[in-house]
Design a protein around this ligand. Sequence first.
Ligand code: ATP
Ligand code: NAG
Ligand code: NAG
Length: 321
Amino acid sequence: MAEVVVAGSCMIDLICYVSRLPKPGETIAGRSFSQGFGGKGANQCIMAARLGSSTAMVAKLGNDSFGRSTIENFNTNKVNVDHVGIVDESQSGVAQITVNDEGENSIVIVSGANNHLNDEDLGSAKEMISRAKVLVCQLEISPETTLNALKLAKEAREDSAATTTIFNAAPGLAGLKKEFYKYSDILCVNETEAELLSGVSVTDRASGESAVLSLQNEGPGCVVLTMGSGGVLYTLPREERNGDDSVSVHHIPAEPVNVVDTTGAGDAFVGALAYYIARHSSLSFSEKIRRSSLIATHTVTLPGTQTSFQTHTLPKELMVS
Ligand SMILES: Nc1ncnc2c1ncn2[C@@H]1O[C@H](COP(=O)(O)OP(=O)(O)OP(=O)(O)O)[C@@H](O)[C@H]1O
Ligand SMILES: *[C@@H]1O[C@H](CO)[C@@H](O)[C@H](O)[C@H]1NC(C)=O
Ligand SMILES: *[C@@H]1O[C@H](CO)[C@@H](O)[C@H](O)[C@H]1NC(C)=O
């Protein structure tokens, strides 16, 4: 039994640090190399697991060493892998990242096995998804599979204990089907994704609010827009809105911190939100957002992606209802 189920991507990040990015046809010597676990799905699942949720991943890996080490990483973090499949036809997903001294990067993502996650896999995981408190999806696997996962979670049970869906529309996808909104209890986006989906250019708090209202009009339960150091804008879920029909946009500022590495901050936020919804349902939605934001901010003070998802140094009050 997993309270948080993530149907999504697993990647291995291969990062080369160089003084400058190579030109076409050029071979240059890099300074250093690092390999890390990534993929938005895996990252969000690991964050929820480290905070204390029982979690499960629904994903596809290649029959290769990257796939095997990804499974090991899930085991170490107590993530259930009953529905993590291995395919022979494709390699595990990889992100080849080159970072120069200015911190600029160029990235090639090969989704590989992630593209093989399909409806049959969802069918096998149906029981697990419909019993979960929260299902989390992103857009690093096939959009059709993502939509069907959200649909399955919302249609399997219509009782009050039905699964809450968090849809993190990342990376942004132009022309997203309207149906995605219908099956999303919580739509989570960053500024780039909000702009792509709403057409509203997000440059400050006022334009962020317009984008949130525009996305809310598409019909999700509620909308959450993370804005890096600008904090979080959000609407409340239906059950917390006051009787009157006007939907207002709320704001929670981010704590000012010494930024070391923001990679994965968005994933930390989404994983933490899944944890609070599953484990601390009595907290108000605003309090869940405030705490998720504090956790995401903590990760930007540490290097790496999953390596920055440290939970033992978090204030204990964050874990109490
Ligand atoms: N510079 C920062 N200072 C404080 N908090 C931050 C900062 N950057 C990110 N955060 C925290 O992380 C949350 C998510 O960050 P952000 O909106 O940048 O997501 P993202 O663009 O998806 O992240 P990334 O692509 O870097 O993983 C923010 O809402 C905030 O709580
Ligand atoms: C992976 O490949 C090995 C051979 O290299 C094979 O024996 C094994 O059955 C494959 N596993 C899966 C799940 O396809
Ligand atoms: C939003 O997330 C995408 C990945 O989904 C990333 O490419 C983009 O840089 C992020 N935007 C901001 C403003 O951080």
